[in-house]
Each structure stands twice: as structure tokens, then as C-alpha cells.
Write a protein that binds this ligand. Structure first.
Ligand code: SAM
Length: 390
């Protein structure tokens, strides 16, 4: 069994990207978090690029090289702040082709309590395919795991216990808790607590369009067939029979209401990536602190949030490139994905200013479990993955 070899490449990304293109290298996923041109001081790297045009002049050749380095089914994800968001969209439409645009995702990272007008804590993730037609033909579907399922299950069980087994009271308490949480769409329908404490969604089994199977479903109370929906049922009679035997069917008060299906939160482990999500910006900074490099860069990305996106769009033996690697959050994200599922994704990280002071020490700490000051990180040592520095 060979080690997965990740790479850290020092230098101006323009020259390094040219070198990679010259060698005919190709990547499945390119993530970029370029300087946002925020003109803020103290970020740990220079973020003053002058006007929008000056910034675009810096970015265009780098994005063009990134495009050329993508596999035909490859994907580019580019983080950006409000300053250059719309200028980047126009730039990328030109470089990647408007027809290859996939999404403009909003990442809500912080609430600014002291804002005078709008609490503007969002940043953006622009996503393009190298060739959307090729991506479509590959038949791939993007999914990401639901990361808060365990917490929801725990709270729902607690609500049922507090309500002494009363599912109506438990469901009301669980919904009240849900309202205080920033739970994504993949959780919101699962708002009813079952007698065993599991949250479920009462999912319709009527077919919204088309021509579904038609068969009688007798109501358990009065024996009369439930009203047949216009487009039939969504399930075959055989599947329905099995679900009925398993206790998964919810009947209304009488035959005039269509039955529904209990769909449990824990069995729906994955969601299609959302176009709006909330993950605090502080997570990235906290992780750097844990690795003994706190404050080395302001607003590093949260590796878990990045990992969810990279994992969704990249095959588990895919090649990932980040040409604005900064502190190496993308590097850690890829290492952790492999650690979690045994994948062999390889990451190439390019960085200039923070290469020796932050990027390499961070990746070394991630892989070894030891901080630059010799203390343990508290995270598991990684085996089977190494970093080559050049
Ligand atoms: C917004 S930061 C990236 C932060 C990173 N995503 C993280 O989580 O730590 C942009 C990074 O790009 C680097 N950078 C800017 N221009 C570069 C260039 N021409 N070549 C290589 N790196 C560059 C900066 O030094 C900085 O670390």
C-alpha cells in the first residue's frame, strides 16, 4: 500500500501554474480563495490590489491557467468577498464560459452586530464546470453528508424523555429547539418526534405529476379506500405493502386524507449541496489555534466546511489544486476526507508569502499530530498520507 503524496509548491502561482500546465497536469477540482481586495490591514498577507480593473488584471491569467488545468469533467470553486464578488462573476463568465456556470453559493460566516446598515457577514463561492455538458454526461450527482444528524437525534430523544413519552409535546419542544438553530433545508422537514424518539418527516406518497400506479389503500379505521390522487401514488403496490408492514405509513383521520410515509432523519444521510449555508468563520481560526498557529492569518477557511464542498464535487481518488493556499485549510480538508473514508485524493497547494511560516508548519502539524511548538494537537496522527515540499 503506497502513501498518498500531497504537494506544497512555493512561489508566485502564475509561474507555478504555468509549470504545471507545461507538464500536462490535470485536476478534478480547483479551489481558489484569492485575496479579496478588501484593503484591510493585518490579514497576514497583502490585500491591496488597487481598482477592480487592477485586481481583475492580476486574477485573469491565473484563472485562465486554472481553467486549462481542469479535467474535462473538472470543477472550479472560487471564494470571494463582497468587494469583488460581481466583478469576479463577470470575469469567470468570460474565462470559463457562461454556459459552464453552476452556482453562486452564499456562505454566511458571521453576523456583524455593530453594522450601521446591514449586518453583512456573507461571502460567496462561485462554481463553474470546465465543461458542463461533459460533467452532465458523466452522470455524477453531488451530495454532502448531513453533519448535525447526531445532535438532532440526541435533542429529539431528550424532548421525548422530558415529555414523558408524549410525542405531541415532544414534537412541539423539538420544533421550538429547531427554530433556535441554523439548520439547513435537509433538516427542516424532519420535525416530528416518533414514539421511539426519532425525528421524521411525514412525506407525501402522492405523485405530483405524470402517471403513477393506482391501487386501493383501505383506511384502517373505516375500511374505505383512501382518495386516489390525480396522478396516482409515488410507490408501487408492493413497496407500499412492505412499508405498511414496517409501520412506516401514517394515515389521516379518515379516507379523505391521503396517507403519508414516515421518513426518518437518520436514514437520509446526504443532501444535495445547498446554495446558502451558515458556518461560522471562527471555526477556521479556532482550528489554526489548535494547531499552534493561532493568528497567523485572519479568516482562514474552516476545513470541515471546505471539506464538505470538496468531498461533494471530487471523486475520492481525485486530484485537488489550491493556488492561493494561505494557511492550508484546503490541504487539511483533503487529508481529513481521506482519513474519514479511506480515499486517495491528492492535494497540490501553492503559496508564496505564508509558505514557510504557516502553510508547511500547518500541514506538518495536521499529518503528525504535533504542533510546531512540540505540543500535541489533540487530533489523531494521520497515517498513509505525506507532504512533499518543493
Ligand atoms: C485569502 S488568502 C487564502 C486563505 C486560505 N484559504 C486559508 O484558509 O488559509 C489568499 C492567499 O493567497 C496568497 N497569494 C496571493 N497572491 C499570490 C500569488 N501570486 N502566488 C501565490 N500565493 C499568493 C496570499 O499569500 C494568501 O495567503
Amino acid at each position: 500500500m503506497f502513501d498518498v503524496v500531497h504537494r506544497a509548491l512555493r512561489g508566485d502561482n502564475l509561474a507555478v501554474l504555468r509549470r504545471l500546465r507545461g507538464r500536462g497536469e490535470r485536476f478534478d477540482t480547483i479551489y481558489a480563495d484569492p485575496p479579496w481586495n478588501s484593503h484591510l490591514p493585518g490579514l497576514g498577507y497583502d490585500d491591496n490590489y488597487g481598482s477592480h480593473q487592477d485586481w481583475a488584471k492580476f486574477m485573469k491569467p491565473r484563472l485562465t491557467l486554472a481553467r486549462d488545468l481542469l479535467e474535462p469533467t473538472g470543477v472550479l470553486l472560487c471564494s470571494i468577498g463582497p468587494e469583488e464578488h460581481h466583478y469576479l462573476k463577470v470575469l469567470l463568465d468570460g474565462v470559463m464560459g457562461e454556459r459552464n456556470f453552476i452556482s453562486d453559493v452564499t456562505w454566511h460566516g458571521a453576523a456583524r452586530g455593530n453594522a450601521r446598515y446591514v449586518s453583512d457577514g456573507a461571502e460567496y463561492l462561485l462554481i463553474y464546470a470546465r465543461d458542463l455538458a461533459a460533467l452532465r454526461d458523466s452522470g455524477v450527482r453531488w451530495t454532502m453528508p448531513k453533519d448535525r444528524v447526531e445532535e438532532c437525534l440526541h435533542v429529539a430523544r431528550q424532548c421525548l424523555q422530558d415529555a414523558q413519552g408524549d410525542t405531541v409535546k415532544a414534537s412541539a419542544a423539538y420544533r421550538a429547539w429547531m427554530r433556535t438553530q441554523k439548520l439547513g433545508w435537509g433538516y427542516r422537514n424532519y420535525d416530528t418526534v416518533d414514539a421511539d424518539g426519532r425525528p421524521y418527516y411525514a412525506q407525501p406518497i402522492t405523485k405530483p405529476t405524470g402517471d403513477g400506479p393506482r391501487y386501493d389503500i383501505p383506511h384502517p379505521r373505516n375500511g374505505r379506500p383512501c382518495r386516489l390522487p390525480k396522478h396516482g401514488w409515488r410507490l408501487t403496490e408492493e413497496t407500499f405493502g412492505q412499508l405498511l408492514t414496517d409501520g412506516r405509513v401514517l394515515f389521516g383521520p379518515d379516507h379523505t386524507t391521503a396517507p403519508r410515509l414516515k421518513s426518518y432523519l437518520e436514514s437520509q444521510g446526504c443532501v444535495t449541496p445547498p446554495s446558502v449555508f451558515a458556518v461560522s468563520r471562527r471555526g477556521g481560526a479556532r482550528r489554526l489555534e489548535q494547531l499552534g498557529l493561532g493568528g497567523a492569518i485572519k479568516y482562514p477557511k474552516d476545513p470541515a466546511a471546505l471539506g464538505a464542498w470538496i468531498g461533494a464535487v471530487t471523486p475520492n481518488d481525485g486530484r485537488v489544486l489550491d493556488a492561493f493556499a494561505g494557511s492550508g485549510s484546503t490541504g487539511e480538508a483533503v487529508v481529513r476526507l481521506n482519513q474519514a473514508d479511506g480515499g486517495t485524493r491528492q492535494v497540490t497547494l501553492i503559496e508564496d508569502a505564508l509558505f514557510d511560516t504557516v502553510l508547511v508548519p500547518r500541514m506538518t502539524a495536521v499529518l503528525s499530530g504535533v504542533r510546531p511548538d512540540g505540543l500535541p494537537t489533540g487530533l489523531d496522527e494521520v497515517t498513509g498520507q505525506v507532504l512533499r515540499v518543493s
